[in-house]
Design a protein around this ligand. Structure first.
Ligand code: ACO
Length: 411
């Protein structure tokens, strides 16, 4: 692009200058009160509360309430919210037909995105295309979808998992906690309805869910705001956010980290791997972040949580490679100069592996809690007086006007 035409775009008023900002590196697209990040200092707060306090003291549903509605719930509000979410912990029967049609080797994120979009077809009364966008102005109506989506997502995820493993689908246990019920539904051997997952494993996953609940305007959250701006229904919009999260540059990094660690295989191969990264043949997955130019505060807590999980289920051998990789990278000029530190995905996969969860399922474990953040942004966007349709502009560099060439005259 020539400096002379950078950002010059013709519109009805004539030529106006707009900033050319691919990947929106310098574009502020909304005003939000949901989460705050200071990437240089390594700070993350949800509604003003530091992430470390929430990880230590809160539960996932309490954090979800905070993120979506703006305040910590009082005891009565939390009880009602929990009840409403948990009474939606089964999914619509129609989804079972979709699930049974999936190939057993299909990626669970493809399944999740498909099933979330399919939900819109089971609740057409929620579709602004049929009933008008005003439907979402009614907060009771919004909340109905919030309860249903938060409630059924773990059951949908567990169903994808069970289908892939060839296990019969099972029913939720509404009397368990949110994360506890998810672990219950995922268990391969559950026949006993009194079964309860290990409380320390539940607590560890609860912490991971809290850490993944929200992260301001990342790729998938920008996607949900983008899609909601055209007034598509919440289920289809969420399917789009799930798709954005799926990629290895975003939520898919937790899966990519594990594959990378397995490929490295042993500590003695690390120096060669680091050299390949510096030669730009490979990326060090789980390192680097668009906003954090310091240690991701979530990664510190994930690393600590890993130790707690290992003390129950035994140490996952990949942790040794991960820790040595981090040690070498953090003392190498290449990574120091570029401010590349571990992000939330670097250690989370090692925990999931230790819990016996298949690698390709890792990003689903990111999706479930992030639904809270996506719903919070949807909610905030609906109330934003400037919620116009998102419509960036482009600089056209293609052909100038030319004539159609008939087939027999083409070379
Ligand atoms: N390994 C090696 N080099 C890297 C890495 C990495 N993981 N990340 C960035 N770099 C280098 C780039 O090559 C670039 O070097 P250069 O200036 O010499 O060209 C420099 O660091 C700056 O990188 P950018 O690509 O400009 O950083 P950007 O903000 O665009 O990308 C991203 C951020 C996508 C997260 C990137 O760091 C990456 O791909 N990381 C690996 C994937 C990953 O872990 N993603 C999860 C992010 S957290 C999340 O989404 C939940």
């Amino acid at each position: 692009i020539n400096a002379t035409d950078l950002g010059k775009i013709k519109d009805a008023q004539g030529e106006v200058t707009r900033s050319y900002d691919p990947a929106y590196m310098n574009t502020v697209a909304c005003i939000s009160k949901i989460s705050y990040i200071d990437g240089d200092k390594g700070i993350l707060e949800y509604r003003g509360i530091p992430i470390a306090q929430l990880a230590e003291k809160s539960s996932f549903l309490e954090t979800a309430f905070l993120v979506i509605f703006g305040e910590l719930p009082n005891p009565k509000q939390l009880k009602t919210f929990t009840k409403k979410v948990m009474t939606h912990s089964s999914y619509h029967d129609g989804l079972e037909k979709f699930i049974s049609a999936f190939r057993h080797d299909s990626h669970p994120m493809g399944m999740m995105s498909t099933l979330m979009a399919a939900m819109s077809t089971f609740y057409p009364e929620a579709n602004p295309a049929y009933v008008g966008a005003n439907i979402y102005k009614d907060k009771k109506e919004r909340n109905k979808h919030i309860y249903r989506i938060l409630g059924s997502a773990p059951a949908i995820a567990a169903a994808c998992y069970r289908h892939k493993l060839g296990l019969p689908l099972n029913k939720p246990n509404e009397n368990l906690g949110y994360v506890e019920n998810f672990l219950f539904m995922m268990d391969k051997h559950v026949t006993d309805t009194d079964y309860k997952p290990h409380p320390s494993i539940t607590k560890a996953l609860e912490i991971l869910f809290i850490l993944h609940a929200e992260h301001e305007l990342n790729c998938s959250t920008a996607a949900i705001r983008h899609m909601s701006s055209s007034q598509s229904d919440i289920y289809t919009s969420l399917a789009g956010a799930i798709t954005a999260l799926y990629g290895p540059r975003h939520g898919g990094a937790n899966e990519a980290v594990l594959r990378m660690l397995e490929q490295i295989g042993s500590k003695d191969k690390i120096p060669q791997f680091i050299q390949d990264v510096k030669d730009r043949k490979k990326l060090l997955m789980g390192f680097g972040h668009r906003v954090y130019k310091n240690y991701d505060p979530r990664a510190v807590i994930v690393k600590r949580t890993a130790e707690e999980v290992f003390s129950i289920v035994g140490k996952e051998p990949m942790i040794e490679i991960a820790m040595e990789l981090e040690r070498i990278a953090l003392s190498d000029e290449y990574f120091i100069k570029r401010k590349l530190y571990p992000n939330v995905d670097f250690y989370s996969g090692v925990i999931y592996k230790a819990l016996g969860i298949p690698t390709e399922f890792f990003t689903v474990l990111f999706t479930l809690p992030r639904i809270a953040g996506w719903l919070a942004h949807w909610y905030e966007f609906l109330d934003d007086p400037v919620n116009n349709i998102v419509r960036p502009r482009q600089i056209y560099k293609g052909y100038t006007k030319r004539d159609y060439v008939p087939m027999d005259q083409r070379k």
